[in-house]
Ligand binder design. Structure first.
Ligand SMILES: C[S@@+](CC[C@H](N)C(=O)[O-])C[C@H]1O[C@@H](n2cnc3c(N)ncnc32)[C@H](O)[C@@H]1O
Length: 218
């Protein structure tokens, strides 16, 4: 099943970094997994990928948590490639994607399905205890944030659940390495995950050993 036309229009209109074929992959896997428990996204930005996930939650009666401090990644800051001046809080002089995210999700009618968790991923994961049917990591793409996301989140995926990682580039000519080196490779090396799907830079790994909460170590 594809994303309903009304939501597809909202996904297309939202600011963000989610090509349509990869968004459709997210939606497909969320449809399969959400009946078994909540999903969590690391890296909300303005809610583009959350519309794809939230559409599946609307169809299945599921819930999607989405974590972001809403201050932008390194590459979103002034002077960097992905800086968007319309996302700067003029008073504070810093990035704030939360208002745009809220408008995206409200316009899409997904406020009951998509729950924003506002804070640093490392802080939220330290206190998180809920098993996840689907985990989508698309947060900070530097070495440290990617490493922290690997340490903090994949352990909460239930057996049979899936970990999706965005911007996985085995060839350095295609893009930055941390999602590949610090999340994708360690997840496979841990023996807890097995690759089951690929579209573009998105990788889908299924949890094939261990229980939610068991450490996942490379
Ligand atoms: C690539 S964008 C997410 C794109 C989004 N998934 C989409 O489809 O449009 C990465 C996001 O991660 C957030 N981020 C980066 N490091 C973070 C951290 N340590 N904790 C929380 N959020 C973080 C940034 O604020 C940014 O909004």
């Amino acid at each position: 099943m594809t994303l309903p036309a009304d939501l597809l229009a909202h996904a297309r209109a939202a600011k963000g970094f989610m090509p349509e074929d990869e968004g459709a992959l997210l939606h497909r896997w969320a449809l399969e997994r959400l009946p078994h428990g909540p999903a969590l996204e690391v890296g909300t930005y303005c809610g583009k990928s959350a519309v794809w996930l939230g559409g599946a939650a609307r169809e299945t009666g599921g819930t999607v948590f989405t974590v972001d401090h809403h201050r932008g990644s390194e590459e979103n800051q002034a002077g960097w490639e992905h800086h968007d001046t319309t996302l700067v809080d003029a008073e504070a002089g810093v990035m704030d994607t939360l208002p745009t995210f809220r408008r995206t999700i409200a316009a899409a009618g997904l406020e009951d399905q998509v729950v924003a968790v506002v804070g640093r991923s490392e802080t939220v994961s330290r206190w998180w205890r809920t098993p996840l049917s689907l985990l989508f990591i698309d947060g900070g793409h530097g070495v440290e944030p990617a490493r922290a996301d690997f340490r903090g989140w994949p352990q909460w995926v239930v057996p049979g659940g899936v970990l999706l990682v965005h911007d996985v580039f085995p060839d350095p000519a295609d893009g930055g390495r941390p999602p590949y080196e610090e999340i994708y490779l360690p997840a496979l090396a841990s023996g807890a995950f097995t690759e089951v799907d690929v579209v573009g830079s998105m990788r889908v790994l299924r949890r094939t050993s261990g229980a939610a909460g068991d450490p996942v170590a490379d």
